[in-house]
Ligand binder design. Structure first.
Ligand SMILES: NC(=O)c1ccc[n+]([C@@H]2O[C@H](COP(=O)([O-])OP(=O)(O)OC[C@H]3O[C@@H](n4cnc5c(N)ncnc54)[C@H](OP(=O)(O)O)[C@@H]3O)[C@@H](O)[C@H]2O)c1
Length: 246
């Protein structure tokens, strides 16, 4: 069994690499910081680990990655790389936002299309966010990118099922997790986040159980459920309050 993970140099992707290696997966790990991937490869001695430096924002590097991937049979294809920017949209640098949209949506879309056309069977797991379910002032464009990820994954999974293609498309919707996300987003995360090891353990359980949308942690599952019943203006006001504290 082989798993492919983007954004494996840090946070959720890095932890997925270690926990999947424990479950006997060989790995293909992708990120821009090659030295970090080398460190992970050094530590995982019992599995075949291929590391690829690629900036998924660069169409040429993405094409080169596709060429490399054609030589491998992949069972678990995880689109994890992504980032957010917190702040008032009027102030956030537009070029950073466009980069985020390109990474979180366009490269994830291209990778997912590659996977459905080249995998013979298996699972694609797209890392979304709980923010996908709520318009989030001060994290507006990031939350919107994750709505795309969740809705696209669900619809694609349904299409493949109808076509009897043996590939499942699952998505993961974590709440706050302790990773480098906050630093990249430009905030000091004051909110308590879930431990990344715990989060990934729950994610893997969800993947094994073929959960269409995996929400790690009871509190976040409850929040997702409650969101269906709360008026949007209240959701907007409390999301704004939470982001404003960061
Ligand atoms: N942490 C949270 O609270 C949280 C909550 C919900 C959802 N998520 C989602 O979880 C996923 C993983 O985030 P994380 O929390 O683990 O954050 P993280 O620690 O910042 O990790 C992000 C990963 O993405 C990679 N990456 C960023 N830009 C890239 C690019 N252009 N090309 C290739 N790789 C790139 C980074 O590697 P390099 O910099 O080495 O390229 C890094 O490995 C993201 O999709 C995020 O939106 C996070």
């Amino acid at each position: 069994m082989r798993a492919f993970i983007t954004g494996a140099s840090s946070g959720i992707g890095r932890e997925l690499a270690f926990q999947l290696a424990e479950l006997n997966y060989d790995l293909i790990l992708v990120a821009r910081r090659y030295e970090r991937l080398e460190e992970i490869k050094k530590q995982i001695t019992n599995r075949d680990v291929i590391i690829i430096q690629s900036d998924l924002n660069d169409p040429d590097q993405l094409s080169a990655l596709f060429k490399q991937l054609k030589s491998y049979e992949i069972d678990l294809f995880i689109n994890n790389a992504g980032f957010g920017k917190v702040g008032d949209s009027i102030e956030i640098d537009t070029s950073q936002e466009i980069k985020m949209i390109e990474l979180n949506i366009i490269s994830l879309h291209a990778l997912t299309k590659f996977a459905i056309q080249h995998m013979h069977k298996g699972k694609i797991v797209n890392i979304s966010s709980l923010a996908a379910y709520l318009p989030t002032p001060k994290l507006a464009s990031y939350a919107a990118t994750k709505s795309y990820v969740t809705n696209y994954s669900m619809a694609l999974d349904y299409e493949l099922k109808k076509l009897k293609v043996p590939i499942k498309v699952l998505s993961v919707a974590p709440g706050p997790i302790k990773t480098e996300f906050g630093k990249v987003a430009g905030v000091n995360q004051k909110m308590k986040g879930m431990d990344v090891k715990k989060c990934v353990k729950k994610m893997i359980k969800g993947i094994e159980n073929n959960k269409k949308v995996i929400v790690p942690g009871f509190k976040m599952k409850l929040l997702k459920f409650i969101l269906h019943f709360i008026p949007r203006r209240w959701v907007l006001a409390s999301a704004y309050k939470i982001q404003n504290k960061k």
